[in-house]
Design a protein around this ligand. Structure first.
Ligand SMILES: Cc1cc2nc3c(=O)[nH]c(=O)nc-3n(C[C@H](O)[C@H](O)[C@H](O)COP(=O)(O)OP(=O)(O)OC[C@H]3O[C@@H](n4cnc5c(N)ncnc54)[C@H](O)[C@@H]3O)c2cc1C
Length: 387
């Protein structure tokens, strides 16, 4: 199936693999052990021209869709999952900006993104509404040519490092209906913004997924994305497919990395008493085959759904929803099995596999979570509305 990819996509994937190997891999260990934001990785991706993946060509970008996002995030995720997540969030936020960008937003955000001079991210989640990311409680009011924002966000990937934040708020109309929201771009260091504590996660430790306080934060009215009332369009046409695909690619990369480490271990580990490598043990061959099949099935689902979506097929939605639920099940299972197959060395505190297992676990926690996605997939199959 991958041989069927157009050459433009294969080139992008090769470019991402090169950056991952040369610029990102040397820092992966420190990113994890020291909770270091992957600044070097982001610079490498910017210098390679990969930041404008979803920016229109006329503004200097690649104008690519979900298939490219899945391929590039997998390539980065295989080497440094934290970097893949920060890059993925940048891509989702870029797609949200590009969805209905005004001339002002094109010049101020999209052109610099395509030139690798601007790095953005998403700030949707809130403590109050948790995994229901489409129900912000952050308040918005309009004062002439200015919007004023008050509220608190949680888990903002690249918090404090990105140049801008796509922030969701309740609608500015009074009183707003539940579920009505707006998205605005807030520049870094706008007065009234404060970062709530450093991020020290179980995994994805380079992410800088911090809380964000917003007190009387004033942004120009031009920073509103689309029209007031575009919320459902943004949530389900852009945020959901791009976010789910970026996550799917990232976690697929982790699963592939765990499979590669397992292969390497089974080939190289020999017992002194028999001189035989573990590669000759039938039960391990059997387990390895199951792991490979699981990873490949997940890859086909992700790439097929992403490709269908790029072609505008309305049937793509269920595949995209199922992709992220499926990759979460696969990556947790595969990294867990890999830990067993690679034995005591892999169980060491800071082994590569230990990091992959910790990083993999975020797949079930990040919204929309696996349980919610499976519920959504069931509703699509039954012809019911998603929410
Ligand atoms: C590493 C990391 C990076 C993140 N990056 C970002 C980011 O860049 N931007 C952003 O906006 N957010 C981000 N998030 C936030 C994330 O997407 C979730 O919103 C957040 O983790 C939810 O946590 P919570 O404790 O509020 O979950 P809770 O809402 O308390 O949910 C706890 C559990 O209950 C389940 N649950 C809750 N309600 C239901 C229901 N109705 N049906 C079924 N199950 C339900 C959930 O599935 C979950 O398993 C990030 C999170 C992590 C861990």
């Amino acid at each position: 199936m991958e041989d069927l990819l157009p050459s433009s996509l294969r080139k992008l994937r090769t470019l991402a693999e090169d950056v991952a190997r040369e610029r990102i891999a040397p820092h992966t260990e420190a990113v994890d052990s020291d909770c270091l934001f992957p600044e070097v990785a982001m610079r490498g991706l910017a210098e390679a021209g990969l930041m404008g993946l979803h920016v229109p060509k006329r503004l200097g970008g690649h104008e690519e869709g979900l298939l490219a996002l899945a391929l590039v995030t997998e390539a980065i995720g295989k080497v440094c999952p934290s970097s893949a997540l920060c890059y993925g969030m940048h891509c989702v936020a870029t797609a949200v900006i590009a969805g209905k960008a005004s001339r002002y937003q094109e010049d101020r955000y999209l052109r610099p993104i395509a030139e690798g001079r601007h790095f953005t991210t998403l700030a949707l989640s809130e403590r109050g509404t948790g995994v229901h990311f489409y129900l912000p409680q952050t308040k918005l009011r309009r004062e002439g040519d200015t919007f004023v924002i008050d509220g608190t966000k949680q888990f903002v990937t690249s918090g404090g490092h990105a140049d801008s934040y796509v922030v969701s708020t309740m609608a500015s109309s009074a009183p707003p209906e539940a579920g009505e929201f707006n998205c605005l771009i807030v520049d870094r260091d706008t007065p009234g913004m404060s970062w709530l504590g450093p991020w020290r996660g179980f995994g994805m430790r380079g992410n800088s997924s911090c809380g964000l306080g917003l007190v009387d934060v004033r942004v120009p009215a031009e920073n509103l994305l689309g029209e007031e009332g575009d919320e459902l369009w943004y949530a389900f046409e852009i945020v959901a497919p791009y976010f789910l695909t970026a996550m799917a690619g990232t976690y697929l990369g982790i699963a592939q990395a765990a499979l590669d480490l397992t292969l390497q271990h089974l080939r190289s580990r020999r017992h002194a008493h028999s001189g035989e490598s573990l590669a000759h043990v039938p039960v391990l061959q059997h387990k390895l085959a199951e792991m490979w099949t699981g990873v490949q099935k997940t890859r086909y689902l992700i790439l097929h759904a992403a490709g269908q979506s790029d072609l505008g097929d309305p049937e793509a939605l269920i595949g995209i929803i199922a992709s992220k639920a499926d990759v979460a099940d696969t990556v947790v299972w595969v990294t867990n099995e890999a830990m067993t197959l690679c034995g005591g060395i892999a169980y060491g505190e800071n082994s590569k596999l230990a990091r992959l297992l910790r990083d993999a676990r975020a797949s079930h926690v990040m919204a929309p979570t696996t349980d919610i996605l499976k519920q959504w997939a069931g509703r699509v199959l039954l012809g019911l509305p998603l929410l």
